[in-house]
Design a protein around this ligand. Sequence first.
Ligand code: UFG
Length: 331
Amino acid sequence: MSTVVVTGGAGYIGSHAVKALRASGTVVVIYDNLSAGHRAASLRTGVPLEVGDIHDVERLSEVLRASKADAVMHFAAWLSVGDSVRDPIGYYRNNVSGALAVLQAMVASDARHFIFSSTAATFGNPIETPITEDHPQRPINAYGETKLAIERALPHFERAYGIKWTALRYFNAAGADPDGALGEDHDPEIHVIPRAIDAALGRNSFAIFGDDYDTADGTCLRDYIHVMDLASAHIAALDALRAGGASTSYNLGNGRPTSVREVVDAVERVTSRVVPLTIGPRRPGDPGVLFASSEKIKRELGWRPRLEEIDVIVETAYRWRQSHPDGYPER
Ligand code: UFG
């Protein structure tokens, strides 16, 4: 049986993917330096954890060889648009050099299938929506640039070393494991759903970043996709590569534009509490409207989102927050 090594498998999206892989009967090893990931998350997946850094090519190639891995899912990366503007060196080091080190370790072992976590941020300000895979990629921040740099490198790695790849461009990953074992635990938390939930619980203040966008209620439209639906897309993408499918990219969203106000309404419905809020200025670099067409992955791989309702997404996030008000136990 072939093994999948999951870098960043103790992190938010990675741990949910590990859980789904395991449920599908795949042998998995997590490779994570625990700088943002959580030992408790990896323990709860029941999968072995190798504590290691993606920059350590020797170590990672040893793990790939020892586990007889044929595939890597690469989640280990930094993810904040705002931070990437302040610290491009850090972002290029982690997201570009780090991913190159992972690919180098694959070349040094027998792993030839690569599933890459990319992002809607590679598209920059959209010229049309929904955003299809053919939409021009013109990032407007360092985060998007770093992810696009790796997307652009992948065809060269395929030609030279035979690495087959799929780039999955996530829109707004959200929600938590419906079983309640895994969830989102970022420090600091920047994402709108956990921040609005925490505001409803009286744990932080909450501002809507701009209500003067050219949208029906003036707030930004985003495409929230449940983290378990992202996980199932990773499995579908890997199955396709293993079956001999061609390397390609897919956009991953629900295709349902949801405004920040609608997120707040959903949080109020689900929690039966008021979200105290203020209206703040626009956050620099926020496009007004971002939502995906995921028709390509539906058509080619038969993938379907299962938890698409915003209330369901918020409900899973809320249950996680209630049971883990301070995140995973080790903190
Ligand atoms: N927002 C608020 N108040 C907050 C936090 C967010 O109003 O306290 C708004 C933002 O302005 C935005 C929306 O809620 O309109 C969503 O913001 P998030 O920070 O939750 O998510 P982003 O859309 O900014 O970013 C996400 C991922 C990035 C990825 C990007 C791609 O976190 O990694 O989607 O579109 F690059």
